[in-house]
Design a binder for this molecule. Structure first.
Ligand SMILES: [Fe+2]
Ligand SMILES: [Fe+2]
Length: 268
């Protein structure tokens, strides 16, 4: 099974660069084309939030037009730059199969892995949260199929990734989530976005992975003293490949102007 993950597309109004400089619409088209060319083909695409830059219906419709070019079915959850209402009204049940109260939360069955999409946003705030409603729902879903290999995807990583701004914004309910995850070793990954960097962290018996953005890479500041800045970068995305042996391998894919391929033999 091949799962592609796209994150933090930050799409602006039609024909406009994000923040006046980042060509995110062109980048998303390149990523869609790149995923469509994968062999074997991707079975499903997960979009882990910050679909838009400001959450307006126009931006959401603009993103949806580009994502409609994906050959594989895709599923979306909101990030802190999105609004639930705009996301739900644009993508509807096809890409967000269900809601729990106001929250977008759903299970996708029918693949080799069970996919659980979870809304970790707080309206008008940057940080993440899983309240009791969402935690209870998640625990009940995991208890339904405790031996099925499962992926959870949500926008905010529930761990501090060593990024000043997002670590300060925090994640309400992360400890309670960790206690639930620890009881379900079937959770092979918690797939997130938000920090615009590819990272992997062992946590509660699983791996929390954050997906790169499609072209707005966070400036890495391990001193955690500087204000957040981004660099224009080649678009990135992730492939999570469940091998025939049942092992889940995560790849970070960069869509750039590669030189090659060359055989592993002296050239020229
Ligand atoms: Fe983002
Ligand atoms: Fe975010």
């Amino acid at each position: 099974m091949l799962i592609a993950q796209i994150s933090d597309t930050h799409i602006a109004e039609h024909g406009h660069k994000t923040l006046g400089i980042a060509p995110m619409q062109a980048n998303l088209r390149r990523v869609v084309a790149h995923i469509n060319q994968q062999d074997p083909a991707a079975d499903v695409v997960l979009i882990s939030g910050d679909v838009t830059d400001n959450g307006t219906p126009e931006q959401m419709a603009n993103a949806a037009r580009i994502l409609a070019g994906l050959n594989a079915p895709f599923f979306v959850i909101p990030g802190n730059h999105d609004t639930r209402a705009a996301l739900w009204s644009e993508f509807g049940a096809a890409a967000c199969p269900s809601r729990v109260d106001d929250f977008i939360a759903y299970v996708v069955d029918g693949f080799d892995m069970r996919l659980i999409g979870l809304d970790s946003t707080i309206p008008n705030a940057s940080g993440g949260e899983l309240c009791d409603t969402r935690l209870d729902w998640l625990e009940a879903r995991l208890a339904e199929a405790p031996s099925r290999p499962t992926l959870i995807f949500m926008h905010h990583p529930p761990v501090k990734c060593g990024v000043l701004e997002t670590d300060q914004d925090g994640f309400i309910g992360a400890d309670q989530l960790g206690k639930i995850i620890a009881r379900f070793p079937c959770v092979e990954r918690v797939l997130c976005g938000h920090i615009h960097l590819a990272t992997f962290t062992g946590w509660q018996g699983t791996i929390v992975a954050t997906c790169p953005s499609i072209g707005m890479r966070l400036g890495l500041d391990l001193s955690m003293t500087k204000e957040s800045e981004f660099l224009l970068d080649d678009p990135g995305y992730m492939l999570h490949h469940k091998s025939d042996q049942g092992v889940l391998i995560s790849h970070v894919i960069r869509v750039g102007n590669d030189d090659g391929p060359y055989p592993f033999a002296p050239q020229g």
